[in-house]
Ligand binder design. Structure first.
Ligand SMILES: C[S@@+](CC[C@H](N)C(=O)[O-])C[C@H]1O[C@@H](n2cnc3c(N)ncnc32)[C@H](O)[C@@H]1O
Length: 405
């Protein structure tokens, strides 16, 4: 049988041998055999294991597609993630000082998107299997906070109540300070009886809130999140950082970067994850495209005690970025765009005189593209802190410090 030597991991976490031949669940340096199906190896046998190979901590790992690199040591995964960022920057001609990765502990994820399907006997909730739309049950998932695992049986009951026979329900489950906050999409259209049945389930399962295609169908208590001194009730399904550790690590790096600033702009501010804690020491102008999120941020600020002024704008920063004259009075800017990056906004930052920028990104490729725009305009990249709040997955999160030299 032909043998393949794995030379590197791809961005999705698959081992890659010359060809390219993709071999999931393998590591660089390993010699493997298997059956070639196009460019993908199946029925893989490890002939020579890597010294970085470890026993996967989760019993669901072989079938579940939720994690990609549980078979590598923590040190290996950390180096792999740092290297991805280093290579993305190098491809733009940028050399950077990369700080050691800060990784969230197992069982700390406070939100997860569960897939649910009705079955003959009832329903089944979990994650998709690797490269498949089959759902794998995950009662012993090592990623999710134990309180979040309680969402699984509730999600199954919701599918029995309001899932269609054929389709799949998506249940975004979030832990709030007062219990589970569930946002469901893909179910039957709401009618009178479905509303009654769903609100009965809210009571029976003591959910904080249940929304169905963005409509709140039951709320026992507002599902607040704490951002510093402020309590914010995010709109259903709104973006939140994945783990409290990860959020604290991002905020810690941002605080270090903006230290001493009196006026800060927080661009792509979400519900105020960074803006509200930063308002303990500085006036903050928060800009965000989603008007419901910015309204939640504003209410959280109004109810909080002892924060400095927070102004806000609902604004599409892809089409209408903040211009250099609007940025003139800012001592620092925090920018945390979606995966597409923030090319238009970064071009205006590059033309501005903002002395220091904290750039948060979940996509090393668009980050490196945007970093080059800043560097070409005279900003220097002081350091990059990789934060791994999606442990065992191929996702990467980072904070970078840019300053005008
Ligand atoms: C990665 S999230 C960061 C949110 C926030 N900083 C946090 O940590 O919770 C990106 C945010 O950008 C917002 N967004 C996406 N496209 C946008 C656009 N074109 N203009 C303004 N905001 C946008 C999303 O609604 C989301 O809140």
């Amino acid at each position: 049988m032909e043998q393949y030597t794995i030379t590197r991991l791809g961005h999705q976490g698959d081992g890659i041998a010359e060809g390219p031949v993709f071999a999931p669940l393998t590591l660089p340096g390993e010699v493997v055999t298997g059956t070639l199906d196009g460019t993908r190896l199946t029925d893989i046998r490890i002939i020579t294991p890597s010294d970085q190979r470890v026993a996967a901590p989760c019993r669901h790992y072989k079938s579940c597609g939720g994690c990609q690199v549980q078979h590598g040591s923590d040190a290996f995964v950390a180096d792999w993630k740092v290297d991805i960022v280093r290579h993305a920057l190098a491809a733009q001609g940028i050399e950077a000082s990369l700080r050691p990765v800060l990784t969230s502990a197992p069982k700390t994820r406070r939100r997860a998107s569960l897939s649910v399907r009705r079955t003959k006997k009832g329903a089944m909730a979990g994650f998709h299997a690797r490269a498949s739309d089959v759902i794998v049950q995950i009662p012993d998932c090592q990623l999710l906070h134990p309180d979040l695992l309680a969402a699984i049986p509730v999600a199954e009951r919701l599918a029995v109540i309001g899932g269609s026979r054929k389709g799949e329900l998506s249940v975004l489950a979030t832990l709030s300070t007062v219990g589970l906050d569930l946002a469901v999409t893909g179910g039957k259209p709401l009618d009178g009886q479905l509303r009654i049945d769903l609100s009965a389930e809210v009571e029976a399962s003591k959910l904080a809130r249940l929304s169905w295609d963005d409509e709140v169908v039951g709320q026992r208590e507002p599902p607040a999140q704490h951002f510093g001194r402020a309590a914010v009730v995010p709109p259903p399904g709104a973006f939140l950082q994945a783990t409290p550790d990860g959020e604290a690590a991002l905020l810690g790096a941002i605080r270090e970067i903006v230290a001493g600033a009196n006026h800060i702009a927080d661009l792509f501010a979400g519900c105020g994850t960074f803006a509200l804690p930063l308002a303990e020491r500085a006036e903050v102008h928060a800009v965000e495209g989603d008007k419901d999120m910015i309204a939640a941020l504003d209410l959280g600020w109004r109810r909080a005690v002892g924060l400095k002024k927070v102004t806000h704008e609902g604004r599409d920063l892809f089409r209408r970025p903040l211009m250099p004259d609007e940025l003139r009075k800012m001592d620092a800017v925090v920018i945390d765009p979606p995966r597409a990056g923030a090319e238009a906004q970064v071009r205006e930052l590059a033309a501005s005189t903002v002395p220091v920028i904290a750039f948060v990104s979940c996509n090393p490729v668009t980050f490196a593209r945007d970093a080059k725009i800043l560097v070409d305009a005279g900003y220097s990249l002081s350091w990059v802190q990789v934060v791994d709040q999606f442990r065992w997955s191929s996702h990467i999160e980072l904070v970078a410090r840019f300053s005008l030299t």
